[in-house]
Design a protein around this ligand. Sequence first.
Ligand code: ADP
Ligand code: MG
Length: 396
Amino acid sequence: MLKKQSVTDLVRADLEGKRVFVRVDFNVPFENGQISDDSRISEALPTINYLCENGAKVILASHLGRPKGIDDSLRLTPVAKRLAELVQFPVQKADECVGSAVESQVSGLASGSILLLENVRFHKEEEANDPAFAKQLASLADLFVLDAFGTAHRAHASTAGIAHYIPAYAGLLVKKEIEFLDNAISNPKRPFVAIIGGSKVSSKIDVLRKLLSVVDTLIIGGGMTFTFVKAQGGKIGNSLCEDSKIGEALQFLEDAKKLSKKVIFPTDEVITQDFSNESPSQIVNVHNIPDGWGGMDIGPDSIELFNDVINGAGTVLWNGPVGVFEMDNFSKGTFAIAKTLANSSAITIVGGGDSASAIRKANLSEHFSHISTGGGASLEFLEGKELPGIQALKDK
Ligand code: ADP
Ligand code: MG
């Protein structure tokens, strides 16, 4: 459960005429100057609508990309335009996020209307979590709402610093994210299966350790596989491997055995000589990859094995693709997993930027119980870390 207050703890009397600063994640992707996916804007609408419907003056702030100072190509103007198409409340856009021009725009803001501030990362003080900058942001509003789950693991001025100066609440998206992830690990419908893929053991070992104590079965796939295979004496050829993590991988397998937890690896693997889509491939036993060849995707037997486990699950948590899905020829395993999960009656939760983008690419998003909007944030949450943005909110 979210032990923090959220916007739904605020009623009309708390909100009417109040200036509410909402940190959203409008860091949307662009293609040829156009927003190519506006789901991050749509995800913030429940909170924005709730506040506007209850008579608040809504001030929105977000980052976009990684600007070094003011960068005209990273202004939020196209985002404001798209937002205006998606809400029935008036939307204005500011050219700054602090300063006298913004202050006067805020003071002219009517109840039930929206002002989108300019990219907060135009100021280096944002990522430095500069207290004076956070205070300046806070001075624009009476209340703060965090609805940017994707940045909740960062202690920045607009995600955490600001909460020192005005009362801070979780938005509906942040609330939903925490509830799904928390419920999955503290009260899962069993059997609870986690599928952890991606490229590196080093980035996932903490989450693997944490999950080991709560899951019934763990499936490990993707580039991480080979460090584990090598640790067990297998031949991995040129596959991705972190030699410095072999000790930890072995320890992990021993811990799993002690806890009687099943850890399942791919049995067969699609391998190539070059890390390229066009490179000819063959399928071999994952423990017997010839020199000069490297693993790119799980093979058909592994797909079947993973599918069987997924089909018997009550809850599945998926983080990380099981192959180099960005290359069409090595995306089969990842898309097969996505499809099985989409058709499964289990509670299906996805945390991980690349896994989520694979699901979107396959057009299967609606068939999942929950797809987290924050890859890094969801991972840190699952690892049991306190997210600074969440920590800063008012306790229940
Ligand atoms: P997520 O963002 O879902 O948490 P990660 O960022 O951990 O996932 O990992 C995604 C990356 O892992 C992808 O870019 C994918 O190409 C890579 N990957 C998966 N399998 C392999 C493999 N066998 N060899 C190399 N890279 C892999
Ligand atoms: Mg990733």
